[in-house]
Ligand binder design. Structure first.
Ligand code: BEZ
Length: 213
């Protein structure tokens, strides 16, 4: 186990899941990916999280993002719990859940934080780009469910900034103005950003979001 940092290649693995055996890199293919862990099956916050992710399938599909969950419970436990998620969250779980009973993947991705819980995975989440590079890591404790609207917002920023020489300012949402990255010379701005720009300070140059009509 080693800490996974932004820009690292996402480690590959083969694991059993509710949708059969997964070779992670092959399963990702050309897509973006989210690998996220939760502490345990049949727990309340996790039930709401997985139900929420199932309801966001169209949002993930629109962004070319595949999602896979993980906990250190077994396959039969996962399958039984999925019925509860579907029933209580009024949805159909539509993504695989990895059964990581031997903690192979949890250890590979440093998802067990012994000073938080010696046995269970914390709420780790990794966003992986089509080159299999880690673009985002977040870690929440068991007591705090994640905000999946924020996750979509960050994915919008990651995908925009991967292809355009912009960064996104505080509280940015898709459609808002963006920051031109400092490495762009002033003379190159008109060619790169034909919608125009505003120089607030020499180091703070704003432009309309470049990938919108
Ligand atoms: C939950 O998902 O609700 C949960 C799991 C482990 C500890 C606390 C809460």
């Amino acid at each position: 186990m080693s800490t996974i940092r932004l820009g690292d290649e996402a480690p590959n693995f083969t694991a059993q899941s509710t949708e059969g055996e997964i070779n992670f890199h092959e399963w990702l293919g050309e897509s973006w990916g989210i690998l996220f862990s939760h502490p345990a099956d049949y727990t309340p916050v996790c039930t709401t999280e997985l139900g929420t992710v199932a309801k966001y399938k169209t949002e993930f599909d629109n962004r070319n993002v595949k999602v896979v969950a993980l906990s250190v419970d077994g396959l039969e436990s996962h399958k039984g719990w999925v019925n509860d998620i579907n029933e209580t969250q009024n949805t159909e779980v539509n993504f695989p859940i990895i059964a990581d009973e031997d903690r192979k993947v949890a250890e590979l991705y440093d998802m067990i934080h012994p000073n938080a819980d010696s046995k269970l995975t914390v709420r780790s989440l990794f966003v992986i780009d089509p080159d299999k590079k880690v673009k985002l890591t977040i870690t929440y404790p068991a007591s705090t469910g994640r905000n999946f609207d924020e996750l979509l917002r960050v994915i919008d920023s990651l995908q925009l900034t991967a292809y355009h020489k912009v960064a996104t300012p505080a509280n940015w949402n898709s459609g808002d103005d963006c920051v031109i990255v400092p490495s762009v010379a002033n003379e190159d701005i008109p060619g790169l950003f034909p919608k125009g720009h505003t120089e607030v300070k020499p180091y703070l140059r704003m432009t309309p979001q470049p990938n919108l009509k």
